[in-house]
Design a protein around this ligand. Structure first.
Ligand SMILES: Cc1cc2nc3c(=O)[nH]c(=O)nc-3n(C[C@H](O)[C@H](O)[C@H](O)COP(=O)(O)O)c2cc1C
Length: 126
């Protein structure tokens, strides 16, 4: 199991949005979220988002739990130039009760649930 730490944590804290990729019956499915809505818990091993819609993402994850996130920011240094991005891969599910839902509803009371991602790998891109 991997954790979000170091430069990838910096990128997560700075990213404006998060690209969320799941696998659907017809191929990859993209959704998005605001970076500032992302919560990193369990120190760095779990990512949690408030969920309002995300119906297709939820259905996809029931059939295939694989999920990937991409975060990026020009404010974080890459190895050769300004800007870094990270791909976070793991397993995901949408939950509608429990500690992660309580966590997201503290700030986002509209959330019908939480998208919970258990981190399995973290890789920088630049
Ligand atoms: C930058 C960005 C922020 C988003 N923020 C939210 C959000 O706060 N809550 C939400 O339910 N959907 C949000 N969405 C929409 C979801 O990504 C998604 O497109 C929508 O819920 C439909 O999901 P589905 O295709 O899995 O059914 C956002 C999308 C983008 C691109």
């Amino acid at each position: 199991m991997a954790r979000i730490e170091g430069v990838c944590r910096e990128v997560c804290d700075a990213t404006e949005y998060v690209t969320i990729v799941t696998q659907g019956p017809d191929g990859p499915h993209l959704a998005g979220h605001w970076g500032s809505y992302m919560r990193i818990v369990d120190p760095g091993a779990t990512v949690v988002f408030p969920v309002g819609r995300f119906q297709r993402t939820e259905q996809n994850l029931k059939a295939n739990g694989r999920i990937q996130l991409m975060v990026a920011s020009h404010k974080v240094a890459g190895t050769r130039s300004p800007g870094q991005g990270c791909v976070i891969a793991g397993s995901g599910e949408v939950v509608t009760a429990g500690e992660h839902v309580d966590l997201v509803r503290e700030k986002f009371p509209w959330a019908r649930g939480a998208l919970v991602v258990r981190v399995e790998s973290v890789a920088t891109q630049l």
